[in-house]
Ligand binder design. Structure first.
Ligand code: SF4
Ligand code: F3S
Length: 316
């Protein structure tokens, strides 16, 4: 597989070896359920000079989603992504501020009508016409209504833009809602949701790669999440999963309970009701994930998890 010289040079400038890059492509391929033979195609897609324009809108959020993406243990992913996509507007990381940034947003939308991908993080306050969340004198609701319907597609990153998240948790005085329900029929463009609090960056990368590889958004479940990442529950693939046999705990996937510890169901694990791939792809370069670290899953990728999954330490 041949990468263009320019791309190889850029990797080298960032201190990324070809081997590390291919390892990452293998991880993306495995996450997407495509198998190792797709890794070279993913590498080519990521190295392609074709750059889909992206506008990143941040609404009522904690910045955790973009931090999760930029502070990944593949420290060069942020730069790679910014190479692969053309980030026309992101209030959080762009150098411009004030009027300049507002102009950049309007210019991007005008330049790529119906052709840009809109990434949205954060919920949208809707009470009293959205006055609880404003940017540059416009409510977040106005901005979303203006920009999102003009996109080719909208990727909701994180549980807040996907389902309301913590901003919409009871009693929700600001009337915060997820993008789709805040805009209702006004949002005519497709929506993909990559929930999690924060979401695993690899699932966002997989969604973008799917578009680069196949020219379309990934197949979705009934809650509009990519099936490659959210097709199975945490419990389905949990290495702590097992049962008692003659008084002894036997795990199903061969892990030793002495290493992994027992199932956390009794201390509130919401793994059986939570669709996500944490047990497979893990976090921090495959180092660990909440249940492996000894904490029950709190269901962070499910709609209304702050209300429906709490008390977090009470069993289902
Ligand atoms: Fe299922 Fe949670 Fe127990 Fe794992 S720890 S087996 S996800 S209930
Ligand atoms: Fe969230 Fe549960 Fe994974 S809390 S990070 S979906 S293990």
């Amino acid at each position: 597989m041949k990468l263009s010289k320019g791309f190889e040079d850029r990797l080298e400038e960032k201190g990324v070896s070809r081997r590390d890059f291919m390892k990452f492509c293998g991880l993306v391929s495995a996450t997407m359920g495509l198998g190792p033979s797709f890794a070279p195609r993913i590498a080519e897609a990521l190295a392609s000079p074709q750059r889909p324009p992206v506008v990143w809108l941040s609404f009522a959020e904690c910045t955790g989603c973009i931090e999760s993406l930029l502070r990944t243990s593949y420290p060069w992913i942020d730069e790679l992504l910014l190479d692969v996509i053309s980030l026309e507007y992101s209030e959080t990381i762009m150098a411009a501020a004030g009027h300049q940034s507002e102009e950049a947003l309007q210019a991007a939308v005008k330049k790529y009508p119906g052709k840009f991908i809109c990434v949205v993080d954060g919920a949208i306050p809707t009470a009293e016409n959205g006055i609880y969340g404003t940017i540059g004198g416009h409510t977040m609701l106005e901005i979303a209504k203006d920009i999102c319907p003009k996109a080719l597609a909208n990727i909701c990153i994180g549980t807040c833009s996907s389902y309301g998240g913590v901003a919409a948790a009871a009693p929700n005085p600001t009337g915060a809602r997820d993008l789709e329900s805040a805009l209702g029929d006004a949002l005519k463009t497709p929506v993909v949701k990559v929930p999690g609090c924060p979401p695993n960056p690899i699932n966002f990368v997989g969604t973008v790669v799917n578009y680069l590889l196949f020219g379309k958004l990934p197949d979705l479940d009934d809650k509009k999440r990519p099936l490659f990442a959210y097709g199975r529950t945490i419990h389905d693939t949990c290495p702590r999963r097992g049962h008692y046999e003659s008084g002894e705990f036997v795990t199903e996937f061969g892990s030793k309970e002495a290493e992994m510890g027992y199932c956390l169901f009794q201390v509130g694990c919401k793994g059986p009701d939570t669709y996500n791939n944490c047990a497979i792809v893990k976090w921090n370069d495959g180092t660990s994930w909440p249940v492996e670290g000894g904490h029950p899953c709190i269901g962070c990728s499910e709609p209304d998890f702050w209300d429906k999954m709490s008390p977090f330490y009470k069993s289902l």
